[in-house]
Design a protein around this ligand. Structure first.
Ligand SMILES: *Cc1c(COP(=O)(O)O)cnc(C)c1O
Length: 375
């Protein structure tokens, strides 16, 4: 196994990203969507996997588009040398329009007013821009209503500088099959497409749930994130084994000690063992995105066994009660991922702190080293 570290500076806690499995995931999704275009969501540092590294693999693998939330994420990708189409999904500030154009980034308009403003600014600077119109079919976050879109789209075709490239919408609940809200959104989006006609636009709706459970939502392009990083939207494992997680979180034991019965451990002595026990310290904490909610609740694997986190998770470290078991300074600790025959899944870790894998993934941040498995 060849691992490439993102930085030459040694660090005792790290994320491992399996780029070989990532390519397998992309190919498996490609198989499922057939001829449709594939837009990979890489917002939030590619869900914590590393924006640039993931973006580069996507470009080499022939992915058609990348999607990010904000202008700056698009600029980072261009500065890293990527040339593939990039769509910015989030709402923009008019002051950013020149940058969208300069960096060749497609962006989203989600109101008539913004559309008019963009045309006005682009006319002034005599430059064309490529935009997608966002339509709200049920999420009620951003986007114009379907009725508005029916009137707005034909008028956008009259614009000289604003070039309408695509029309899209986003699901409110697609992570399980047969959801009536998802079915209604698909039907709303189809209705809009019928009213307008395909008109050489890229019509797109499907996120990970859409890709996996709603083939009728694939339209011209799909826009998954989560599933590409190896997670099934419904939280189950992929039975075929073709799609698998690519993210592990690891560290090395930094300290070992014996704590006597009745001696409190960590800030506020949140945990006090009732009998003498062995305690190891692990050098990552909430400043790395390993949330404080894991205090007294989370688990880790050391030497193939599962142990409980005890006491409060500190900014840079936390403690683990290993009972009568053996562990040494320097031993590998797995917080998320496989160790030997055992494993702590992302779903399991996220559920300990009452959140979804998405949030945990993008919390774990750049203070940790990242290693990439490349062959
Ligand atoms: C984040 C996002 C996606 C990808 O969602 P996943 O559930 O991760 O597949 C697609 N479209 C929009 C608009 C998004 O914000």
């Amino acid at each position: 196994m060849t691992l490439m570290r993102d930085s030459a500076i040694p660090h005792p806690a790290w994320i491992e990203i399996d780029l070989c499995q990532f390519k397998k995931n992309l190919r498996e999704i490609r198989n499922r969507i057939g001829e449709k275009r594939f837009c990979l969501c890489v917002k939030a540092d590619a869900y914590g996997h590393g924006l640039i590294e993931i973006g580069k693999v996507a470009e080499l693998e022939g992915i058609d588009y990348l999607a990010v939330a904000f202008l700056k994420e698009g600029i980072f990708l261009r500065q890293a040398g990527l040339v593939m189409p990039i769509l910015v999904l989030g709402a923009f500030d008019p002051a950013q329009i020149q940058d969208f154009i300069e960096y060749n980034l497609e962006f989203t308009i989600s109101s008539r007013m913004k559309a008019e403003l963009v045309e006005e600014i682009c006319t002034k600077i005599q430059k064309k821009c490529r935009v997608h119109l966002e339509v709200d079919t049920g999420l009620r976050r951003t986007g114009v209503r379907v009725e508005t879109a029916i009137e707005l789209i034909p008028s956008l075709f009259q614009y000289k500088y604003l070039e309408l490239v695509g029309v899209y919408s986003h699901f409110a609940s697609s992570y399980h099959p047969n959801n009536p809200v998802a079915l209604e959104q698909i039907s709303q989006f189809s209705f809009l497409q019928q009213k307008i006609g395909k008109k050489n636009l890229i019509w797109h709706l499907a996120n990970s749930g859409g890709v996996m459970f709603y083939p009728e939502s694939h339209f011209d392009m799909v826009r998954p994130g989560f599933v590409c990083y190896g997670y099934m939207p419904d939280g189950k494992e992929d039975k075929t084994g073709a799609i698998a997680p690519i993210f592990s979180l690891k560290a090395r034991v930094s300290y070992f000690k014996v704590v006597k019965a009745g001696e409190g451990i960590g800030y506020n002595h949140l945990y006090t063992p009732s009998k003498q026990t062995r305690v190891v310290t692990v050098p990552l904490g909430y400043a790395d995105g390993f949330k404080r909610d894991f205090s007294n609740k989370g688990f880790v694997l050391i030497r193939g066994k599962k142990f409980k986190i005890v006491g409060i998770v500190c900014m840079d470290q936390f403690m683990v009660d290993i009972g009568d078991n053996e562990a040494y300074v320097g031993d590998e600790v797995t917080l998320i991922g496989r160790q030997g025959a055992d494993r702590i899944s992302m779903e399991e870790a996220a559920s300990v702190i009452n959140t979804v894998p998405h949030e945990l993934l993008c919390s774990l941040n750049g203070r940790l080293s990242r290693y990439y498995r490349v062959v």
